[in-house]
Unconditional design. Structure first.
Length: 183
């Protein structure tokens, strides 16, 4: 939940006080959609330090002009059609992170992505939750999903791309093994 490593890596903490919305989650959505372009911030870090759920509105379009990180004490519910469009040129990373908690009670920290949540080819996306991630009914995207539990529904396609967080310098591989044999 600390922002120091993110700031040391070139992110700037976004000031959500100018954004509209009753909760920090609504303010974060409004800031990304309506205030980022005029903020002067290239790589915003949005810190939601309450347990609200970040969600989009139907047919939202977000213009991603730099790397975006959203760290939340709550979860993410991207279950209405939306478009997250990185601008042409270099690929932009988007991080949706439910900060760590030792327990998962209810759905407070869960991530749900469905119903044509679109990320264009100029974005790589990472989703992290210490609880449950549910992915379904969407177009393909490049990135990674890290969670304790995962639910994959129809039409889920993801091309794995490491989307590294500050402090991680590379991915050297992984070990795959059989975890259960039924005889």
């Amino acid at each position: 939940s600390s922002t120091a490593a993110w700031i040391a890596s070139g992110y700037t903490l976004a000031d959500l006080s100018t954004a509209a919305g009753a909760t920090l989650c609504a303010k974060a959505r409004d800031w990304i959609k309506n205030h980022w372009a005029t903020s002067g911030i290239t790589n915003p870090l949005i810190r939601i330090n309450t347990t609200c759920t970040f969600s989009n509105s139907n047919n939202d379009t977000f213009s991603i002009t730099g790397t975006l990180a959203i760290l939340s004490d709550g979860g993410f519910n991207l279950t209405q059609q939306s478009n997250w469009n990185g601008t042409a040129g270099t690929v932009k990373n988007i991080h949706f992170i439910s900060v760590y908690s030792a327990t998962c009670s209810g759905t407070t920290k869960d991530i749900s992505v469905s119903n044509n949540t679109n990320f264009n080819t100029y974005t790589n996306v990472s989703f992290y939750t210490p609880c449950r991630a549910t992915m379904s009914n969407q177009n393909s995207f490049s990135g990674q999903v890290l969670s304790k539990d995962i639910g994959l529904g129809n039409n889920f396609k993801m091309a794995y791309k490491p989307v590294l967080v500050p402090g991680i310098t590379g991915v050297t591989g992984f070990k795959q093994d059989i975890s259960y044999i039924h005889e």
